[in-house]
Design a protein around this ligand. Structure first.
Ligand code: 1GP
Length: 285
């Protein structure tokens, strides 16, 4: 299942050919000024087979990365089964495309990235992990505690770390509550700038501004604009984005990646999912 961005330390197996040494981090940060879309799949919300079907439709509709995670209490077995099912599905699609003169197998070289609720939600089948500090948490375990627990496993698994500053903005939802975050308010422009500078000074590559899954309002675009003024950070924006218009607001404000999760979960079927994600992706370009 090795892909072009695969980490050299990981074992090579499977069908898809590795064409370059691009890491997942390089793939993620080299956006060339284009806003791309991430589909977040929460393993707690569907079985692995359904997750794989949803992930395939998401990629066909133009999504460029899959995050796996979200809920805080999902056992690692469930996370692993979901990552594995998605990887195997992509591998098969890459193989099928490689056998088709009109096929493009590279479209299936998509990173499957852990977006963990904690050190319990890890899988060696993932390509990478958003290795996050919940920067505005008041609780040590979300700043560095879960990370210390998880790091040895990630090292053993060969899962690449994407150093990520994670900042929860109002309304914040469940992650704001569970993560005991001092929420960034919509007019906290100077504060979000200070967090972005801090992320830069820590050497984080990604800054994820999160409004909370299923949030009634998305991250205020003015906060994104202000964070954007800090150089060297790839901006990931998520929470409460359901429409192409909302996605465009985030993109126009400077998002490098727009994440949607609920959009996928509450689609009635795969065709509705395809239509929804296509709409969001087209609004980003
Ligand atoms: C949650 O930002 C993500 O961590 C996605 O949020 O479920 O609201 O799309 P939604």
């Amino acid at each position: 299942m090795r892909k072009p961005y695969a980490v050299a330390a990981k074992p090579q197996s499977g069908i898809a050919m590795r064409r370059t040494d691009q890491t997942t981090l390089e793939y993620t940060v080299n956006t060339s000024g284009i806003t791309r879309h991430v589909t977040l799949i929460d393993p707690a919300k569907q079985d692995p087979n359904t997750a794989a079907n949803r992930a395939m439709v998401a990629i066909e509709a133009g999504s460029a990365m899959i995050f796996v995670g979200g809920s805080t209490d999902t056992p690692d077995k469930v996370v692993h089964a979901t990552c594995l099912a998605i990887q195997e599905a992509f591998e098969l699609r890459a193989f099928a495309a490689s056998q088709d003169p009109d096929g493009d197998e590279t479209m299936w070289h998509i990173p499957v990235v852990l977006f963990p609720g904690g050190a319990h939600a890890l899988s060696p089948a993932a390509d990478a992990i958003t290795f996050m500090m919940l920067m505005n948490s008041t609780e040590r375990k979300f700043l560095v505690g879960e990370q210390i627990r998880g790091a040895p496993y990630l090292k053993k698994f060969g899962v690449e770390a994407l150093p990520t500053g994670y900042v929860v903005c109002a309304p914040g939802g469940r992650v704001g509550e569970v993560g005991e975050a001092e929420l960034i308010q919509p007019d906290d422009h100077d504060l979000v700038h200070a967090y972005a500078l801090t992320a830069q000074m820590y050497g984080f590559k990604l800054l994820y501004l999160e409004a909370g899954s299923g949030a009634s309002t998305q991250v205020n675009p003015e906060l994104i604009e202000r964070a954007r003024t800090v150089e060297g950070l790839t901006l990931v924006i998520g929470g409460g984005i359901r429409t192409p218009e909302q996605a465009k607001l985030a993109a126009d404000a400077g998002a490098d990646w727009v994440v949607t999760g609920t959009l996928t979960e509450d689609a009635a079927d795969l065709e509705e999912l395809r239509t929804r994600i296509s709409g969001v992706v087209q609004a980003l370009s």
